[in-house]
Design a protein around this ligand. Sequence first.
Ligand code: CA
Length: 235
Amino acid sequence: MSQKLLVVEDEISISTLLQFNLEQAGFQVVTAMDGKSGLEKAESEGPNLIILDLMLPEMDGIEVCKELRQRKLNIPILMLTAKDDEFDKVLGLELGADDYMTKPFSPREVVARVKAILRRTAVNADSDKQKEEVEHLRIGEVDIYPENYEAYFKEKALELTPKEFELLVYLARHKSRVLSREQLLSAVWNYDFVGDTRIVDVHISHLREKIESNTRKPIYIKTIRGLGYKLEEPQ
Ligand code: CA
């Protein structure tokens, strides 16, 4: 399916030129002649990108830009500005335009810019999606990404053995809960019998060396006398 572009431009010659060249490049093009109808079409047509002229009747490009962001319409914007309008360019970019072009421009350049913005935003959308899908556990200054087998303390990668890592993940997923040594042994070491729980203590002490600034007074992994351990948010 071809991507849809919205061209908001009040100069008919420029609008026609853009529409022709963008359609030649395989895009579907919708046009609007002023800012107000441009905004309406941005909502009703759901374009993949908007080419937005700065100087427009009804609502200018900057107002359209602001209003789009306010309505949380995250459609990429290529702003068109008049020559030497440096201030407006900067302002346009600050308001959330993705790129700008100064008139006069060659239609070929517009097509190239449009493609570049669409490529860039597609990549960003993908990586945003990936970030959402990856489980992230955060306790104080400890960040854990279980699926990636990565953990960080104060944004520095922690060097953990596989069992230390699994233990940390298990504690983090059961944050603020008291876990007995037997429970940890069975969850992390898969011991379904009452084994030697000292192995848990040894691993806890190794973890503390890596994430506690004072292992004698731990603020993350607390010992609950007679019961076991608990990982909690530092106070
Ligand atoms: Ca204009």
